[in-house]
Design a protein around this ligand. Structure first.
Ligand SMILES: Cc1cc2nc3c(=O)[nH]c(=O)nc-3n(C[C@H](O)[C@H](O)[C@H](O)COP(=O)(O)OP(=O)(O)OC[C@H]3O[C@@H](n4cnc5c(N)ncnc54)[C@H](O)[C@@H]3O)c2cc1C
Length: 485
């Protein structure tokens, strides 16, 4: 062989992991370089996706249990549960995932090395180990999957004690009575509802004028109701955020202004126990040696790739957070796999159009395709069908009555164009609709097929009937709709 390896992968998160696994299945010689001294899996396993979901799961279990029994419903989780126990649950999951990934590498004969990987020249990767040693390996292809890190906030410093980020929140010693979440995105909502369900009083400071503006407007309305019930306040247009410790009162003071208050310069202050900063992220491209070979990046530093995840240099590929949007573990898995396929001459479809999104708040939110407002902006003649969880038997049984599943479909053909869900299991539920959409199906699918009962999937059937009725009322003959296609 001309080189030491067929592919060297820098970073072992979901993009790197899936590229490694796929390449090994093509019988290729693979080396994974990982900067962390004791873990594989990056943000995915160790600080982001999995730990946040594990912690959320504990809050969800507690919330469901308490909801089931009226006399428990008013109690605060922190009165009965210790943070240490919740973190123990999370730590077990992380250990098990770390063992599994190491096992997968071993079983598939994927070589690994710990150290900071850097592109030295066209076909050489240099790895600096923690002992200060530099080792060099040659390779035909390189996969850049170095992920991202949080952008440092302006106006205050994350001290990982009173002011935490998504890494330090995983070492909290207790459930805070009061928490201010600073962030505008999905993760802010996830952590806000997790802690609110553990009994914390939570406020969100959002720097933009609307919160999660990409959601369908009816999902946003439902979300507002849910947040009100959980007593979570969202302050949008928040700016000039400053944080200081009040040692006399032993609290953390978060001072901010709302943009509309600018004229009179009014400042607002929230006294809190902890602050969780969940701002934006930036790609890990520093000192990677991209300039050594001429890899193009955009103005924010994200690596530019084509639809095959190839960079501006033909034997260098990139995937995951380092290339930017959509920057999720779910999409990163596909990107790593597709990159591997293209390296080794296997045709593979790009999957980054029509991908589902999930927000693991309590309750969950998930969507795919067009929102109602997007469809109308495109002058499409669409009708919607709705199913409220309070009308689904499973919602009753599980006492999960807050929720809505909404279908957006073409009035004439009934073709499914979008699905929007807020409610228990939304992140799983979305995939039934996704499949129907992927095959170009219409909403009759949910009526003409038997769905297990009781399940949350029943929502699809109810929403389809609801949509049909609306079409009927709009003048299209009902019999024509239901006739065999
Ligand atoms: C709090 C939180 C919750 C999230 N929840 C979800 C979710 O529910 N669903 C979802 O789909 N996504 C979620 N995400 C996003 C998801 O974690 C990321 O999109 C995903 O992990 C990105 O994968 P990646 O392969 O690009 O990189 P990462 O997972 O970040 O891994 C990159 C790896 O590269 C290593 N590395 C970096 N530089 C070098 C170098 N020079 N040499 C060697 N190694 C290097 C790092 O040590 C790291 O191990 C969440 C993120 C956060 C922060």
């Amino acid at each position: 062989m001309k080189y030491d390896y067929d592919v060297i992968i820098i970073g072992s998160g979901p993009a790197g992991f899936s590229c490694a696994m796929q390449s090994s299945k093509f019988d290729k010689k693979v080396l994974v370089v990982e900067a962390s001294e004791d873990t594989f899996g990056g943000t995915w396993i160790n600080s982001g996706t999995i730990p946040s979901k594990a912690l959320r799961e504990t809050a969800r279990i507690i919330q469901r249990f308490q909801n089931q029994f009226e006399d428990l419903a008013k109690e605060k989780a922190y009165e009965h549960h210790q943070m240490a126990d919740l973190l123990l649950y999370k730590n077990k999951i992380l250990r098990s995932k770390n063992d599994k990934i190491e096992n997968d590498f071993r079983k598939n004969e994927i070589d690994t090395i710990r150290g900071f990987g850097k592109i030295k020249d066209d076909h050489t990767v240099a790895v600096e180990t923690s002992e200060g040693e530099t080792k060099e390996f040659t390779t035909e292809f390189v996969m850049l999957s170095t992920g991202s890190k949080p952008i440092k906030p302006k106006g205050f410093k994350v001290d990982h004690d009173k002011i935490m980020d998504y890494t330090s929140v995983l070492s909290l010693s207790h459930i805070p009575r009061r928490l201010v979440v600073i962030g505008s995105g999905v993760r802010a909502l996830e952590y806000a509802t997790t802690f609110s369900n553990l009994g914390s009083r939570v406020s969100i400071l959002n720097e933009y004028d609307s919160f999660l503006p990409f959601l369908d407007h009816e999902i946003t309305d439902q979300l507002k109701t849910v947040l009100e019930k959980q007593k979570i306040e969202v302050f949008s247009n928040a700016e000039k955020i400053e944080i200081k410790q009040n040692t006399l009162r032993n609290t953390t003071e978060v001072k901010y202004q709302l943009r509309n208050d600018k004229e009179n310069g009014r400042a607002h202050v929230i006294e809190t126990e902890h602050v969780l900063y969940l701002g934006g992220k930036q790609p890990n491209t520093e000192n990677l040696g991209l300039k050594n070979v001429g890899v193009n990046t955009d103005k924010e530093g994200y690596v530019k790739v084509d639809e095959d995840f190839k960079t501006s240099v033909s034997h260098l590929y990139a995937g995951g957070d380092v290339i930017g949007y959509p920057a999720m573990a779910s999409s990163s898995f596909s990107e790593g796999r597709i990159a591997s396929c293209h390296m080794f001459g296997i045709e593979a479809d790009n999957v980054t159009t029509d991908i589902p999104f999930a927000i693991y708040s309590i309750p969950e939110i998930a969507d795919i395709g067009l929102t109602e407002q997007e469809a109308r902006e495109r002058n499409l003649d669409v009708t919607v069908g709705r199913a409220y969880y309070q009308n689904i038997t499973q919602g009753d049984i599980s006492k999960q009555e807050d929720g809505l599943l909404k279908l957006v479909f073409e009035t004439d053909t009934l073709k499914l164009l979008g699905i929007h869900i807020i409610g228990e299991r939304a992140s799983d539920l979305i995939h039934l609709g996704q499949s129907v959409m992927a095959f170009g199906g219409d909403i009759r699918y949910f009526i003409n097929h038997v769905l297990n009962y009781p399940t949350y999937s029943e929502a699809y059937r109810i929403a389809a009937f609801n949509g049909m009725n609306r079409v009927y009322k709009a003048g299209v003959k009902y019999k024509k709709i239901l006739k065999k296609s």
